[in-house]
Design a protein. Structure first.
Lengths: 130, 112
Protein backbone atom coordinates (compact mmCIF):
# COMPACT_ATOMS: atom_id res chain seq x y z
CA UNK A 1 0.00 0.00 0.00
CA UNK A 2 1.17 3.51 -0.79
CA UNK A 3 -0.87 6.60 0.05
CA UNK A 4 -0.14 10.30 0.06
CA UNK A 5 -1.66 13.48 1.41
CA UNK A 6 -0.57 17.08 0.87
CA UNK A 7 -1.31 19.71 3.50
CA UNK A 8 -0.47 23.31 4.33
CA UNK A 9 1.96 23.70 7.25
CA UNK A 10 -0.72 25.23 9.50
CA UNK A 11 -1.79 24.07 12.95
CA UNK A 12 -5.40 23.68 11.85
CA UNK A 13 -4.36 21.08 9.26
CA UNK A 14 -2.84 18.70 11.81
CA UNK A 15 -6.17 17.15 12.82
CA UNK A 16 -6.60 16.08 9.19
CA UNK A 17 -3.24 14.36 9.36
CA UNK A 18 -4.18 12.32 12.43
CA UNK A 19 -7.52 11.35 10.87
CA UNK A 20 -5.73 10.32 7.68
CA UNK A 21 -3.36 7.96 9.54
CA UNK A 22 -6.16 6.53 11.66
CA UNK A 23 -8.15 5.70 8.53
CA UNK A 24 -5.26 3.79 6.93
CA UNK A 25 -5.70 0.04 6.93
CA UNK A 26 -2.94 -2.45 7.47
CA UNK A 27 -1.30 -0.80 10.47
CA UNK A 28 -1.44 -2.38 13.89
CA UNK A 29 -2.15 -0.18 16.91
CA UNK A 30 1.52 0.29 17.76
CA UNK A 31 2.49 1.16 14.19
CA UNK A 32 -0.41 3.58 13.90
CA UNK A 33 0.63 5.32 17.11
CA UNK A 34 4.31 5.51 16.09
CA UNK A 35 3.42 6.95 12.67
CA UNK A 36 0.98 9.50 14.15
CA UNK A 37 3.52 10.51 16.79
CA UNK A 38 6.42 11.03 14.36
CA UNK A 39 4.16 12.85 11.89
CA UNK A 40 2.89 15.17 14.60
CA UNK A 41 6.44 15.98 15.71
CA UNK A 42 7.67 16.62 12.15
CA UNK A 43 4.59 18.67 11.25
CA UNK A 44 4.61 20.78 14.43
CA UNK A 45 8.26 21.60 13.84
CA UNK A 46 7.46 22.56 10.27
CA UNK A 47 4.54 24.77 11.33
CA UNK A 48 6.68 26.54 13.95
CA UNK A 49 10.01 26.82 12.19
CA UNK A 50 9.56 25.86 8.54
CA UNK A 51 8.46 29.13 7.02
CA UNK A 52 11.37 31.16 5.66
CA UNK A 53 11.51 34.78 6.94
CA UNK A 54 9.34 36.82 4.61
CA UNK A 55 8.74 33.70 2.54
CA UNK A 56 5.66 31.98 1.21
CA UNK A 57 3.44 29.57 3.09
CA UNK A 58 4.92 26.10 3.40
CA UNK A 59 3.21 22.92 2.32
CA UNK A 60 4.21 19.34 2.86
CA UNK A 61 3.46 15.97 1.34
CA UNK A 62 3.28 12.83 3.45
CA UNK A 63 3.60 9.41 1.84
CA UNK A 64 3.06 6.20 3.77
CA UNK A 65 4.16 2.83 2.45
CA UNK A 66 3.64 -0.49 4.16
CA UNK A 67 5.72 -3.66 4.03
CA UNK A 68 8.08 -2.37 5.11
CA UNK A 69 6.46 0.51 6.94
CA UNK A 70 7.99 3.76 5.76
CA UNK A 71 6.96 7.39 6.10
CA UNK A 72 8.25 10.10 3.76
CA UNK A 73 7.72 13.79 4.46
CA UNK A 74 8.69 16.30 1.78
CA UNK A 75 8.34 20.05 2.31
CA UNK A 76 9.38 23.33 0.77
CA UNK A 77 10.28 24.97 4.09
CA UNK A 78 13.71 26.13 5.25
CA UNK A 79 16.42 23.48 5.04
CA UNK A 80 16.43 21.37 8.20
CA UNK A 81 18.10 18.02 8.73
CA UNK A 82 16.77 16.49 11.96
CA UNK A 83 19.21 13.58 11.68
CA UNK A 84 22.09 16.05 12.21
CA UNK A 85 20.75 17.45 15.47
CA UNK A 86 22.78 15.97 18.34
CA UNK A 87 20.74 14.00 20.84
CA UNK A 88 20.10 15.98 24.00
CA UNK A 89 21.01 14.32 27.26
CA UNK A 90 17.98 13.67 29.44
CA UNK A 91 17.45 16.24 32.19
CA UNK A 92 18.26 14.50 35.46
CA UNK A 93 16.08 16.78 37.60
CA UNK A 94 13.03 18.97 37.26
CA UNK A 95 15.10 22.07 38.08
CA UNK A 96 17.16 21.45 34.94
CA UNK A 97 14.28 20.22 32.81
CA UNK A 98 13.37 21.97 29.60
CA UNK A 99 10.68 21.01 27.17
CA UNK A 100 12.97 21.49 24.17
CA UNK A 101 14.14 18.60 22.03
CA UNK A 102 11.39 16.23 23.14
CA UNK A 103 9.95 15.85 19.65
CA UNK A 104 13.25 14.74 18.16
CA UNK A 105 13.83 12.39 21.05
CA UNK A 106 10.48 10.74 20.35
CA UNK A 107 11.20 10.44 16.62
CA UNK A 108 14.57 8.86 17.41
CA UNK A 109 12.91 6.46 19.83
CA UNK A 110 9.96 5.39 17.70
CA UNK A 111 11.42 5.31 14.16
CA UNK A 112 14.01 2.60 13.55
CA UNK A 113 15.80 4.51 10.79
CA UNK A 114 15.94 8.17 9.73
CA UNK A 115 17.25 9.41 6.39
CA UNK A 116 17.34 13.00 5.18
CA UNK A 117 18.21 14.66 1.92
CA UNK A 118 17.72 18.10 0.43
CA UNK A 119 16.45 17.68 -3.11
CA UNK A 120 15.71 20.55 -5.48
CA UNK A 121 15.13 23.01 -2.64
CA UNK A 122 12.93 20.61 -0.67
CA UNK A 123 13.49 18.71 2.55
CA UNK A 124 12.94 14.96 2.26
CA UNK A 125 12.81 12.96 5.46
CA UNK A 126 12.26 9.22 5.36
CA UNK A 127 11.39 7.42 8.59
CA UNK A 128 11.30 3.62 8.81
CA UNK A 129 9.43 1.60 11.38
CA UNK A 130 9.63 -1.96 12.63
CA UNK B 1 -9.25 17.10 24.85
CA UNK B 2 -11.18 17.46 28.09
CA UNK B 3 -10.00 18.42 31.55
CA UNK B 4 -11.74 18.07 34.91
CA UNK B 5 -10.75 18.02 38.57
CA UNK B 6 -11.41 15.98 41.70
CA UNK B 7 -10.34 16.46 45.28
CA UNK B 8 -9.23 13.39 47.25
CA UNK B 9 -9.75 13.00 51.00
CA UNK B 10 -5.98 13.16 51.49
CA UNK B 11 -5.94 16.70 50.09
CA UNK B 12 -4.39 15.69 46.77
CA UNK B 13 -6.02 17.03 43.63
CA UNK B 14 -6.67 14.79 40.64
CA UNK B 15 -6.52 16.42 37.20
CA UNK B 16 -8.46 14.14 34.86
CA UNK B 17 -7.44 14.38 31.20
CA UNK B 18 -9.36 12.76 28.36
CA UNK B 19 -8.71 12.63 24.63
CA UNK B 20 -5.77 13.34 22.33
CA UNK B 21 -2.98 15.30 23.96
CA UNK B 22 -1.49 16.39 20.65
CA UNK B 23 -0.58 19.98 19.84
CA UNK B 24 -4.21 21.11 19.56
CA UNK B 25 -5.28 19.15 22.64
CA UNK B 26 -2.39 20.48 24.71
CA UNK B 27 -3.14 24.06 23.66
CA UNK B 28 -6.77 23.61 24.68
CA UNK B 29 -6.04 22.55 28.26
CA UNK B 30 -2.65 24.13 28.92
CA UNK B 31 -3.73 27.31 30.73
CA UNK B 32 -6.28 25.55 32.95
CA UNK B 33 -3.88 22.71 33.71
CA UNK B 34 -1.09 25.11 34.70
CA UNK B 35 -3.44 27.16 36.88
CA UNK B 36 -4.76 24.16 38.84
CA UNK B 37 -1.29 22.64 39.22
CA UNK B 38 0.07 25.96 40.49
CA UNK B 39 -2.72 26.24 43.07
CA UNK B 40 -2.09 22.80 44.62
CA UNK B 41 0.76 21.13 46.49
CA UNK B 42 -0.08 17.53 45.53
CA UNK B 43 -1.40 16.73 42.06
CA UNK B 44 -2.22 13.36 40.53
CA UNK B 45 -2.71 13.50 36.75
CA UNK B 46 -5.15 10.83 35.57
CA UNK B 47 -3.90 9.81 32.10
CA UNK B 48 -6.22 6.80 31.82
CA UNK B 49 -8.42 8.55 29.25
CA UNK B 50 -5.55 9.93 27.18
CA UNK B 51 -5.24 7.84 24.03
CA UNK B 52 -2.47 9.88 22.39
CA UNK B 53 0.35 11.94 23.86
CA UNK B 54 3.03 13.82 21.91
CA UNK B 55 5.75 16.35 22.79
CA UNK B 56 3.49 19.37 23.22
CA UNK B 57 1.48 17.42 25.79
CA UNK B 58 4.71 16.41 27.56
CA UNK B 59 5.63 20.08 27.64
CA UNK B 60 2.39 20.88 29.50
CA UNK B 61 3.13 18.18 32.10
CA UNK B 62 6.83 19.00 32.55
CA UNK B 63 6.42 22.78 32.77
CA UNK B 64 3.72 22.48 35.44
CA UNK B 65 5.65 19.85 37.41
CA UNK B 66 8.70 22.10 37.29
CA UNK B 67 6.72 25.09 38.49
CA UNK B 68 5.15 23.02 41.33
CA UNK B 69 8.61 21.76 42.32
CA UNK B 70 9.88 25.30 42.92
CA UNK B 71 7.06 25.68 45.47
CA UNK B 72 7.69 22.31 47.16
CA UNK B 73 4.73 20.79 45.34
CA UNK B 74 4.68 17.39 43.65
CA UNK B 75 3.02 15.88 40.61
CA UNK B 76 2.52 12.19 39.88
CA UNK B 77 1.09 10.59 36.75
CA UNK B 78 -1.53 7.87 37.08
CA UNK B 79 -2.44 4.89 34.86
CA UNK B 80 -1.05 5.84 31.41
CA UNK B 81 -2.17 3.56 28.57
CA UNK B 82 0.68 1.36 27.19
CA UNK B 83 1.65 3.56 24.20
CA UNK B 84 1.36 6.73 26.29
CA UNK B 85 3.60 5.08 28.90
CA UNK B 86 6.14 4.31 26.17
CA UNK B 87 6.13 7.99 25.15
CA UNK B 88 6.68 9.03 28.78
CA UNK B 89 9.60 6.60 29.17
CA UNK B 90 11.20 7.25 25.75
CA UNK B 91 11.14 11.02 26.29
CA UNK B 92 12.73 10.72 29.73
CA UNK B 93 9.65 12.24 31.38
CA UNK B 94 9.33 9.40 33.90
CA UNK B 95 12.71 10.34 35.38
CA UNK B 96 11.27 13.81 36.10
CA UNK B 97 7.68 13.01 37.05
CA UNK B 98 6.96 9.68 38.78
CA UNK B 99 4.07 7.52 37.62
CA UNK B 100 2.01 4.66 38.99
CA UNK B 101 -0.79 2.44 37.75
CA UNK B 102 -2.39 2.32 41.16
CA UNK B 103 -4.17 5.39 42.56
CA UNK B 104 -2.98 4.86 46.13
CA UNK B 105 0.61 4.74 44.90
CA UNK B 106 0.21 7.81 42.66
CA UNK B 107 -1.37 9.67 45.58
CA UNK B 108 1.54 8.67 47.83
CA UNK B 109 4.04 9.92 45.24
CA UNK B 110 2.22 13.25 44.94
CA UNK B 111 1.87 13.76 48.67
CA UNK B 112 5.57 12.96 49.21
Amino acid sequence: MRQSITLAAELEELAKLAAWVEALVGLNARQSYAVQLCLEEVAVNLVMHGRPPGGDAVSFMVTLETQPLRLTVEDDGVAFDPTEVPAQAASPTLEMASAGGLGLKLINGFATQRDYERVAGRNRLVLSFA
Amino acid sequence: MDISFEQLASGATVIVLKGRMDVMGAMKIDVQFAAVAAANRAVVVDLGGVEFLASMGLRTLIMSAKSMHTKQGRMALWRPQPMVEEVLVTSGTTTLIPFAHDLAEAERLALG
